[in-house]
Design a protein around this ligand. Sequence first.
Ligand code: NIG
Ligand code: FE
Length: 415
Amino acid sequence: MKEERGSAWDRVWVGANLATMQPGTDPYGTRLDAAIAVRGEAIAWIGASVDAARIAAQDGVPVHDASGRWITPGLIDCHTHLVYGGNRVAEFERRLRGESYEDIARTGGGIQSTVRATRAASHGELYAGAARRAARLMAEGVTTIEIKSGYGLDGATERRLLEVARSLGRELPVSIRTTYLGLHALPEEFAADRRAYVEAASGPWLDAIVGAGLADAADAFCDSIGFTVGETEGYLGAARRAGLAVRVHAGQLCDIGAAELAARCGALSADHLEYLSVAGVSALAEAGTVAVLLPCAYFMLHQQDPPPVAALRQAGVPIAVATDCNPGTAPCTSILIALAMACTLFGLRPEEALQGATVNAARALGLAGDRGTLEVGKRADFALWEIDRPAELCYGLGANPCVGVVYGGRERAAV
Ligand code: NIG
Ligand code: FE
């Protein structure tokens, strides 16, 4: 059998318990005492440890002993705003004294204050901050990170943010997917002319970003203090025509029908969804749009009504979980904390949470054919964990049981 020829392997990990996350009867796709072989950047073989050891010995393949550790697919953080200047700790204090996120935003704080700090920051400063945050995610087994712009809100600065994101992907051993978040907030200089802003963001700025190959997708904040369904629809339509995948920040602060819009536009994902109607759930299910849940933002804003997880589950909407790492609502660089919160605050089961940072996160990025499960032919991105069972990844608040990462078939050194 072709796959039993160790000469087709570069190296193999034996003695592992695999959570392949392949859909099936067991929600983790568990394979105990298993082995995983790689060739180049791809997974070449998965099978029983004893077979792998025999084949490797015959063919002189380098063997790594996983010593009973668990191996999962490399984790995927499918929603972050990792590149920004400054921080918003003063607003955190204001919120603790009783001001709301919306009121702070309406009086020139919130996203606007990060826009001011970001415009004033150099490429090097933005890169250094984002690289620090990426390193923390990577230490927890993350191998793919989505990064949005949205703190520039002018053509040049939006491009700069995406350039910083792309350069992270070139410099660091992690895959970066970039998202142009042109409609995040209305910048001060356009306060008197919303329409001109939406036109610029949907026209020349979008074209320049697409022309330079800087974005894989487009996103918009379609909500009370963001943009209307009409504004968002025009922008997403332009993004689609320009060849980008689309996603929507929907239902974070109120339900204005953004989830239905996401479904209508064929969005890969609708994100947040604390405010989501029955019709919104059905629309997502029908369109196959992934619901990306962001429990760290919910926690930081001290929100009280979680997304309708039971309805999403029952309708068969794929659920992903991400950090939403950003300076305002989720200054969080721990995907494992996001998984824990998804369980305790939103009622996800640990297997659903882990699906949310692997197979369903890959789907939210349009990468399901290439990563998100341990499967022959997929990218050899995986993480090794010192845990007794996979649910422990959602349990050890602040603990990091990641003891190794393989990225594109090679052991990744700590960054
Ligand atoms: O995903 N809600 C919109 N965007 C971000 C927050 C941005 C900010 O406050 O800086 C979010 O929560
Ligand atoms: Fe976000």
